[in-house]
Design a protein around this ligand. Sequence first.
Ligand SMILES: NC(=O)c1ccc[n+]([C@@H]2O[C@H](COP(=O)([O-])OP(=O)(O)OC[C@H]3O[C@@H](n4cnc5c(N)ncnc54)[C@H](OP(=O)(O)O)[C@@H]3O)[C@@H](O)[C@H]2O)c1
Length: 252
Amino acid sequence: MPGRFDFHGRTVLVTGGGRGIGLEMTRQLAAKGARVVVVGRDADALAAVTAELGQVVATRRADLGAPGAVPSLAAWMRENHPDCSVLINNAAIMHHLDLTTHSLDRLEAIDAEVAINMTAPLQLAVAMLPLLRTHRSAAVVNVTSGLAIAPKREAAVYCATKAALRSFTRSLRDQCRASGLPIQVSEAVMTLVDTTLSRPGAVRKYPPARAAADLIAGVERGQDEIWIEKTKLLRVVHRLSPGLAYRIMRDR
Ligand SMILES: NC(=O)c1ccc[n+]([C@@H]2O[C@H](COP(=O)([O-])OP(=O)(O)OC[C@H]3O[C@@H](n4cnc5c(N)ncnc54)[C@H](OP(=O)(O)O)[C@@H]3O)[C@@H](O)[C@H]2O)c1
C-alpha cells in the first residue's frame, strides 16, 4: 500500500492557478509547504498571486491555446523547475453557444475551446512525463467536470472536451502503470463551483476553496478519481439510470 501523497517540499505546476479554483489550489498548496508554478494569460492576476504569496510561487504567462505554447512551457519547466513533480491541468474555458444558429461563425470558438480544454492538457501531461518520471513519486491531475459524465445542451463543445479528457486520463494512468512509472494519474470530477466560469444563476454553487481542498485531499489519498461534492450523487444516478442523469444535466 503506497503512503500518503505529501505536497510538502514539492514543486507543483498549476495551469490557471491565478484565478478561481486554481487560485485556491495555489494558496492551499503553498500553505502545505509546496512551491507553486502558476500559469495563465492575465499578467495582473499573476502579479497579484506573487504579491500575496511571495517567493513560494513562480509565474509563467502563457496562452495555452496558442500554437507552440505547451512545448515551450514544458521546456521552460525542465530548464527552470526540474524539481517539479506534480502537474495540475486546471485551466479551461466554457462557451455557451447555440450551434444551430450562425453555425459557420462558431468554428473559431470551437477551435479555441478544444485547444485550451483538450489539446493543451493532453499535450502538457505527455510533455511533462520526462520530467515527472525522474522523481521517486509524481502526480498528474486532470480537472474534468460532472458535464463529462452527462453533458449540458448549451455547452456542447466544453462537455465534449471534458469527456475526452476523462477518457485520456484513464488511458494515461493505464500506460503509466503498465510502464511501471511512479506517477499517480488522477481525475478530479468537478462540481458546479462559484467562479466566473460558471454562469450566474439561482443554483447554489460550491465555494472554490472547498473544491480546491477536496481535490488536494483526493490526491493526498491517492485516488484515481476524485468526485467532488454533488458529482458523487451524479455518479450514482448515472450508474442506475443514464437517461435520468442526462435529463438532470441537460438544462443546468
Ligand atoms: N466553475 C465550475 O462550475 C466548474 C465546474 C466543473 C469543472 N470546472 C473546471 O474547473 C477548472 C477551473 O475552473 P474555474 O471555475 O476555476 O474557472 P475560472 O475561474 O474561469 O478560471 C479559469 C482559469 O484558467 C485560466 N485559463 C483560461 N484560458 C487559458 C489559456 N488560454 N491559457 C492559460 N490559462 C488559461 C484562467 O487564467 P487567465 O484568464 O489568466 O488565462 C483562469 O486562471 C476548469 O478545468 C473547469 O473546466 C469548473
